[in-house]
Design a protein around this ligand. Structure first.
Ligand SMILES: Cc1ncc(COP(=O)(O)O)c(C=O)c1O
Length: 379
């Protein structure tokens, strides 16, 4: 039986505001419940449109403003079923089978799988675990592709607390990425899924959406990681030239107005107090995880201290037998995400990703101790 499940980007259950959301649900249902007879796009005069419930779009805009000093334009924000649906709609707009798209070599599995499903030709750019995508490598790749008359349809980046590495794309690299994409006329999809999950203040450079004057950058955000993925709420903010065309790929009749109303009602008043206690809980777990890794595997593995987000990215020893490690771990009830599933070519790399934030402190310690035994036996 799986007992220590170090997989999936799940936030801590103890910080999910059950009581407060219950109160918000009661409030919005009492005041506006009868409006739920409409589809989200049917009721434009009262704050609904095919972009979704206005109240939550305003919350998404002010969330961005809190960090970036200026709001996202509410008219350019569309709500989605999690940020994965935003990635899907954007991808459907830009990608035809055989098109080239650029990601980092290590990337969120959902995006990679969707791009593969679209039969895109994914080109992975090396990434370093601190400062993110390597811009020299990107420049070389763009030059090479252009030599063969290939123009990538988009560049997908998670620039803050990257999944899986935890890298934060440095200011200098953000600037360079904007310059390169302008030169080669390629839109950037800036996936800010882990935005606001910062363990230290002031570590995140300005978003590329803001720096790039927003014309070529599509900003994607999620409510999954600050609240819970079960809500299925995310959004994207796209420049006018893309927005309506992206939305033509949507056939689900809109994002649940009920979910949006409840979450907007709660976050309007409590967003930052919630995020602050939520991040404090995650940080304590990060510290517990890092202590346990050091105690059990110090000198054996490498793991850069995550500065935010929900993951730790572990580099295993060269001598590790990956298959044996998976077998031993699974026998002992420990599951993790092998590096392979986060690699653009699904290569058997000697890394694994630990997601720990949904686990108790004791389970983190016990799980790491068991995993460590497996690592040592598989070396
Ligand atoms: C980088 C990244 N983007 C997007 C998503 C999708 O999340 P959701 O659809 O729940 O917002 C995830 C989920 O783990 C992720 O890691």
């Amino acid at each position: 039986m799986e007992k220590y499940v170090f997989t999936g980007g799940k936030p801590p259950p103890e910080s999910f505001p059950v009581q407060e959301l219950t109160e918000s649900a009661e409030r919005v249902l009492t005041l506006r419940g009868s409006e739920l007879v409409f589809y989200p796009g049917q009721h434009a005069h009262a704050g609904y449109s095919n972009k979704g419930y206005l109240g939550l779009r305003e919350v998404a805009s002010s969330r961005f403003e809190h960090r970036e000093g200026e709001p996202l334009p509410v008219e350019n924000i569309a709500l989605t079923a999690g940020s994965m649906q935003a990635i899907e709609l954007i991808g459907r707009h830009f990608i035809e089978p055989g098109d080239t798209v650029i990601t980092s070599e290590l990337c969120y599995m959902g995006t990679l799988s969707f791009f593969r499903y679209m039969q895109a030709n994914i080109v992975g750019i090396p990434i370093d675990y601190i400062d993110g995508m390597d811009m020299d490598a990107l420049e070389n790749t763009l030059k090479n592709l252009s030599h063969y008359n290939i123009k990538p349809k988009l560049i997908y980046v998670t620039d803050s607390h990257q999944n899986p590495t935890g890298a934060i794309l440095s200011l200098e690299r953000r600037k360079r990425l904007l310059e390169l994409t302008e030169e080669y006329e390629i839109p950037i999809v800036e996936d800010d899924c882990y935005g606001d999950l910062d363990f230290e203040k002031g570590i995140i450079p300005p978003s590329m959406y803001k720096m790039g004057n927003s014309d070529n950058v599509i900003f994607v955000a999620s409510f999954s990681k600050i609240l819970g993925p079960g809500l299925r709420l995310g959004c994207f903010c796209a420049p006018d030239k893309y927005l309506d065309d992206i939305l033509t790929h949507r056939w689900d009749a809109g994002t649940s107005t009920l979910s949006c109303m409840i979450v907007a009602d709660y976050l309007k008043e409590h967003m930052w107090s919630h995020i602050s206690s939520h991040v404090a809980i995650i940080k304590e777990k990060r510290d517990t995880l890092m202590d346990a890794l050091e105690e059990n595997l110090g000198g054996v593995i490498k793991c850069i201290m995550p500065r935010g987000g929900l993951f730790a990215w572990v580099t295993l020893p060269e001598t590790i037998d990956l298959k044996k490690l998976e077998e031993l771990s699974s026998k002992r009830g420990v599951v993790y995400s092998p590096g392979r599933i986060l690699h653009w070519r699904q290569q058997d790399i000697k890394n694994l990703r630990l997601s720990y934030t949904h686990m108790s402190l004791d389970d983190i310690r016990e799980g790491v101790a068991l995993l460590s035994k497996c690592v040592k036996e598989a070396m």
